[in-house]
Design a protein around this ligand. Structure first.
Ligand SMILES: [Mg+2]
Length: 253
């Protein structure tokens, strides 16, 4: 397996080479759990749930446990953290209530500000944009619930957002992420780009895309961002895998 920093450097070199040959490059990034660690958003959601007077009144046994809850790197949603805290599904009313609160808040503009970029993410996107690559942030977030917040948070952290670094959101929340993303790629002009890369953490989206990707011109090169995912599928073994965006990483140089 190629070390992550090496994969990232090879992509940068290829973009520079494309520029010299006047061939455009396109780098496409998923947001949740690819550029952004959503762990702090999840922790804030749990703390806010615990702070609600209604929660404290209805769930006096569960709520005090919340102050010890920590989201870990591989957690998917809030379930793992709740189980670790001993809140493991024997109280359906509590489970439903916290899940409903999570659903309302996680997919909302208001809570996106708690997301934090993964190490090197801002610098890497800026570096390849400066080298000439077009950027797309291709996300399963939908325009209505999360559009304005997504743009604000990208800009807050210094990610480029402009006519060469576009934010691509789902027009409706009901559309499935995998189909939305694959179709987005299929609608790109064929044979326009010298290289296209797709950075994504969700194996379901990668697997949905991979057959089509191979037949596009040029073939889309998929990079698996190994953070956390839904566990509904395994990532392909034979694609590059990274877990940060640091061009220089002492451990893997
Ligand atoms: Mg994601």
């Amino acid at each position: 397996m190629t070390p992550p920093a090496k994969t990232l450097r090879q992509i940068l070199v290829k973009i520079q080479e494309n520029e010299r040959l006047r061939r455009p490059s396109l780098a496409v990034f998923d947001l949740d759990s690819t550029l952004f660690d959503v762990g702090p958003r999840l922790e804030k959601i749990l703390m806010d749930f615990a702070d609600l007077p209604e929660s404290q009144k209805k769930f006096p046994d569960q709520v005090p446990v919340f102050k010890n809850i920590k989201i870990e790197k591989k957690d998917w949603g809030i379930k793992d953290a709740l189980i670790r805290a001993g809140l493991d599904g024997h109280h359906p009313e509590f489970q439903d209530s916290v899940r409903e609160f999570w659903r309302r808040t996680f997919f909302s503009n208001e809570y996106l500000e708690y997301d934090v970029p993964y190490p090197g993410a801002v610098e890497y996107v800026k570096t390849i944009a400066d080298a000439g690559a077009e950027i797309a942030y291709l996300t399963g977030r939908d325009v209505h619930r999360m559009g304005p917040g997504s743009k604000t948070v990208l800009e807050k952290w210094g990610f480029p957002v402009n006519d060469r670094a576009r934010l691509e959101l789902k027009p409706q929340r009901e559309i499935e992420d995998a189909g939305f993303k694959t179709n987005w790629f299929l609608n790109l002009p064929q044979s326009h780009y010298g290289s296209i890369w797709f950075f994504e953490n969700e194996p379901v989206n990668i697997n949905h895309m991979i057959e089509e990707a191979a037949h596009m011109a040029p073939p889309v090169e998929i990079v698996f961002f190994d953070s956390t995912h839904s566990r509904r599928a395994d990532p392909p073994e034979d694609i590059p895998r990274i877990m940060h965006f640091l061009l220089e990483d002492d451990e893997d140089n």
